[in-house]
Design a binder for this molecule. Structure first.
Ligand code: C2E
Ligand code: CA
Ligand code: CA
Ligand code: CA
Length: 272
């Protein structure tokens, strides 16, 4: 950039500035996102591949930013993990899920287990005690909550203790994005997990070759050997759904079945 014309350098720096400013502003604005009610949850239903019945749903975070519109979690979760805001944000998610389940119960709607994404950083702050308090505050059975953790967490020194706490509370665990992290069979054998979520990258490539199909099949067979159910993520086509069913996968979620929907949309979906 040194030898480029004066203007070129100027515009280049200006573009950097805009990116930098947005990042700075995201970081600052995140501090008041909860207080100003800017966080919302959407829900993506999960279905039993063999019966077609709805089995549960995953809660996904959305930030309605007054200036930038809806900011997807990938644009702020990492920052929130770095500056620690993920702890209050994660607690807000747990309490909001409990409030919503309570509302569904009060409205006599069918209730399904809700899966909550929890990052390793959140678990360092006595997350399980907080969850336990919220379950009793809103009078929600622990069977209505599942927790999604990533494979990398299993390598954390606290993993065993934390997973035991969840087990004592009778909250089921799903390993998220399975196949993308350090999947050590010895960890999985040691830790009781109820669900393995096959990462969407495998589902997308599954129909490309026999090799890709076999990989997904192996994950399903291995999960079942570990007495865990399998959930395929990011299922976008009926061909993928049919193949997964044939391979013995248990549950699925993805645009083929439903996009993540807000509370109102879910209400009308559940009434049908
Ligand atoms: P994830 O847990 O792997 O969630 C699945 C992502 O795939 C979601 O993106 C979802 O909207 C998207 N998705 C669902 N179906 C399809 C499909 O058929 N095709 C494709 N291409 N994508 C699909 P989203 O909502 O942007 O979330 C991104 C990530 O942010 C999540 O990945 C999760 O790791 C994280 N996240 C979301 N909510 C929370 C939260 O409350 N707490 C924490 N700690 N992390 C969260
Ligand atoms: Ca997830
Ligand atoms: Ca459960
Ligand atoms: Ca995932």
């Amino acid at each position: 950039a040194k030898h480029a014309g004066r203007n070129k350098v100027f515009y280049y720096e200006k573009a950097m500035d805009a990116d930098f400013l947005q990042k700075m502003s995201i970081e600052q604005d995140l501090h008041r996102a909860i207080e100003w009610n800017e966080l919302k949850l959407v829900f993506q239903p999960q279905f039993h591949l063999h019966t077609g019945e709805m089995t549960g749903m995953e809660a996904l975070l959305r930030w309605h930013h007054p200036k930038f519109g809806i900011v997807p979690p990938l644009q702020f979760i990492k920052t929130a993990e770095e500056n620690g805001l993920i702890v209050p944000i994660g607690e807000w998610v747990v309490e909001e899920v409990c409030r919503i389940i309570q509302r569904w119960e009060a409205a006599n709607m069918p209730i399904y287990p809700v899966s909550i994404n929890v990052s390793t950083r959140q678990l360092q702050n006595d997350f399980v005690s907080f969850l336990e308090r919220m379950l009793s505050k809103y009078d929600i059975p622990s069977s209505m909550i599942n927790i999604e953790l990533t494979e990398s967490f299993l390598a954390d020194s606290t993993a065993f203790a934390v997973l035991n706490q969840f087990q004592d509370l009778c909250v089921d665990i799903a390993i998220d994005d399975f196949g993308t992290g350090f999947s050590s069979l010895s960890y999985l054998e040691r830790f009781p997990v109820q669900f393995i979520k096959i990462d969407q990258s495998f589902i997308q490539r599954m129909l490309d070759s026999k090799k890709q199909t076999d990989i997904v099949h192996s994950i399903i067979v291995m999960a079942h050997a570990l007495e865990a159910k399998t959930i395929a993520e990011g299922v976008e086509t009926s061909e993928q759904a049919a193949l997964l069913k044939q391979l013995g996968c248990d549950w699925a979620q993805g645009y083929h079945f439903s996009q993540p929907v807000n509370e109102e949309e879910l209400r009308s979906l559940l009434k049908r």
